[in-house]
Write a protein of this length. Structure first.
Length: 339
């Protein structure tokens, strides 16, 4: 009998932390049996000062690394904000900010790269820029691809991978658009990140979500796991109000159709895993980012209970589709004790 394909499980641990303290996040990860996480919003010292991981100074990063060692945790990727700014300096009625690209490259991008290297990950999560609201994102593909290519080149200089996440309201808001970005950018260190909740939140059903995933599949580097129940009262007008999204649910409940997606993924896991490992990652990640108690433009919250519900829901789907995964067990505890 052949071995079942396997994935690595990870989470955005800030979703579990009521006060965003690193101690809360590490305890939640350890209790759930997770060995990997993506840092985003953190209170490193427990003094109420919450920062994005990219804004931590080197002393803060050192303190974070000490807690990683204490709790046996490693970093999956940097949950960066790269690409969540306006592509053009146009007043489109949104509150998104514009930063001149050369300045952006030397500040946000370079700092993110520095943090990734300090925290020992090869993966950087990013986005594809906000096009002017109300305009066709296709007409902005050339500029978005040029800028993503330059970000990818900066990452490649330091041995890092740039993962572009599917997200409403951005140039890469659909699977076909992200596939076109990947084809055009054409860098070996550019991969795509599928997130079913971000697709279903655009009022798309399970079959539509599956087609968007399949469009991205040749370039997929890892998956974010969140789900969404379509709001029947929402009149779709082509854009998502990210602050009004309230219908996030576990992966075995919503309209994104994770069973179908993971069944398809199972058949392609060997080659997808081999490719991301060649780029320096330890394996193919499924990363829980559930937003069960609310989500917004730059993050979400599930609580320690919600993150637990989301992880267990994902495990049930993985068992159903016959994909293997590993949580901490007694052998890990024995190893930590030096047995």
């Amino acid at each position: 009998m052949s071995e079942r394909p396997s994935v690595l499980l990870s989470a955005f641990a800030d979703e579990a932390a009521n006060r965003k303290t690193v101690l809360e996040q590490m305890v939640a990860l350890a209790a759930l049996g997770l060995k990997y996480y993506t840092p985003r919003f953190l209170d490193v010292r427990g003094d109420g000062h919450v920062q994005h991981v990219v804004d931590l100074d080197d002393a803060g990063l050192d303190a974070l690394l000490q807690l990683h060692e204490e709790f046996g945790v490693s970093v999956t990727s940097i949950g960066s904000r790269i690409g969540k700014v306006k592509l053009l300096d146009v007043d489109d009625g949104s509150h998104n900010k514009f930063v001149p690209f050369e300045q952006y490259l030397e500040t946000e991008v370079r700092r993110t790269i520095h943090v990734a290297k300090r925290l020992g990950t090869r993966l950087v999560r990013g986005f594809s820029f906000y096009h002017p609201r109300g305009e066709d994102p296709k007409q902005h593909l050339p500029l978005a691809c040029e800028q993503i290519g330059r970000i990818a080149d900066a990452c490649a200089e330091e041995g890092l991978v740039y993962g572009v996440e599917i997200e409403p309201n951005l140039v890469g808001e659909t699977g076909p658009l992200l596939a076109e970005i990947a084809r055009t950018v054409d860098r070996p260190n550019v991969v795509l990140i599928y997130d079913g909740g971000n697709v279903a939140a655009q009022n798309k059903n399970a079959l539509q979500c599956l087609e968007e995933y399949r469009a991205m599949r040749p370039w997929i580097g890892w998956l974010h796991i969140k789900d969404y129940q379509i709001d029947p009262d929402l009149q779709w007008e082509g854009a998502v109000d990210e602050e009004r999204l309230k219908n996030f649910v576990p992966a075995n409940v919503g309209d994104a159709g994770h069973e179908r997606i993971l069944l398809d993924l199972r058949e392609h896991l060997p080659e997808l895993t081999e490719r991301i490992q060649k780029l320096g990652a330890p394996g193919f990640f499924l990363e829980v980012e559930p937003h069960l108690k609310g989500g917004g433009q730059f993050g979400g919250f599930s609580g320690p209970d919600g993150l637990g519900v989301a992880v267990r829901a994902l495990c049930r789907v993985l068992e159903y589709v016959d994909i293997d995964y590993a949580l901490r067990d007694f052998d890990d505890i024995r190893a930590a004790r030096g047995f």
